[in-house]
Design a binder for this molecule. Sequence first.
Ligand code: MSP
Length: 511
Amino acid sequence: MENKKYYITTPIYYPSANFHIGHCYTTVIADSIARYKKQQGYDVYFLTGSDEHGLKIQKKAEESGVTPQEYVDNIIADAKDLWKSLNIEYDKFIRTTDDYHVKTVQQIFKKLYDQGDIYKGEYKGLYCTPCESFWTETQLVDGKCPDCGRDVNEVSEEAYFFKLSKYQDRLVEYIESHPKFIQPVSRKNEMINNFIKPGLEDLCVSRTTFTWGIPVSFDDKHIVYVWIDALSNYISALGYLSEDDSLFKKFWPADLHIVGKEIVRFHTIIWPCLLMALDLPLPNQIFGHGWLIINGGKISKSLGNYRDPREYISEYGVDAIRYYLLREVPFGSDGTFSEELLITRYNTDLANTVGNLVNRTLSMLTKYFDGVIEKSDVKTEFDEDLINLVTKTEEKVNNYMEKLEIPEALDSIFDIFRRCNKYIDETTPWILAKEENKDKLKTVLYNLLESIRIGAIFLNSYLPETSKEILRQLNTKETTYESIKTFGLLESGIHINDFKPIFMRVEKKDE
Ligand code: MSP
């Protein structure tokens, strides 16, 4: 198990007073993958944070009558509060205004300048302020920004450039020879055919038209382009170029950068070329996920079609939200979010399948055996099928997680609970009780409780609160990941704890 490290990152978020459920998507997925890898024995480092520079922030601060630093300081606590309410267990939260990050970005810029990969020139181009992106005439759609559809402005200024074009051939070669580097494959093809093969132009990496950013250390009227600033977080967070770079040595290269599809371009073109220029290894994988769509459109602050995710959490519980985000959307594709769909998922899978199973089983144990779990040697004809399914689950989950097919991984865990419900129908414990068939009844309840125990341990990566509560109700000490490998470890003779339904059915709201 030693020497297995796993470095996973989310994008760093623009500080916002208005986080919506779409923002939670990347982070909940990254959190579940990080927890899963930890469960597998990896030494995991999970990074998230905030991307605090740029004209957009400067303008917002001006509108609010505060300095940009005050503006970001005021809202950053809210982001941390949101991640806490979603049970996100990150190892580090980086802010691009942190001193160490600022210093590293300046060092990177200087290093690239000194080695000739960054040079001074003049920039003339089209800039989309909300997206902080430059576009060429041919990339515009109907004269507007191809990402957000808004107007772009023509700008002309003295600027520094990064020699992106120099790395084009190496980048194509790398992508082609590392089929897992960009996932899903559709995004890889899009990047190669639409962006890289038509030709990479040198990238403008400094601005002089605003001040809220990291100054170029040797020419401080220039501010480092926000994407160079932001992408560098993945290495500055680990102490790259600092006195203590032990984390960097241990964790770089990243194993997985999870990003939304609209920023795959930055992560698979600018970022690898920057790393090549720094002579650093490239990340193992960049996974571009789809968007969560609401009412047919992207959820967005400017459209105002969202509620604060914490409202859903207080209404349905954190695991209902985590479950929805992890289960509903095929990873890589777009998916829909609506409260109605959330309630349907909640009732069908959480309340009916798991909640009801656990409650029913513990109620029967209380009624027939005073709440004491006991093994017996008598078998029923249905045991083998149940036990087979439970013991094959680990392999299935691992195969799906390897491909980051999280909905499928979660569904194979839920197969355990569905199989248990079927086992109850098959074995009819209430009839066994009437027939005074106590030994058979013990076996049935033991097999159910043991399957529930194993299912609950699997759930820990995805629905940590639910997992913990089920294991508490069972009152078992067999809660390690290793313990799922053997069916039958649930202790005989223990008394279950007090219990109540974990998920109560909710009624659909009127339109
Ligand atoms: N600051 C940049 C990232 C820099 S990384 C070096 C940024 N920030 S963001 O706040 O706009 O977005 C953060 C993440 O949230 C992105 O991965 C983005 O795709 C994701 N999402 C924002 N809205 C979303 C949905 N409606 N659905 C799914 N993910 C969404 O981009």
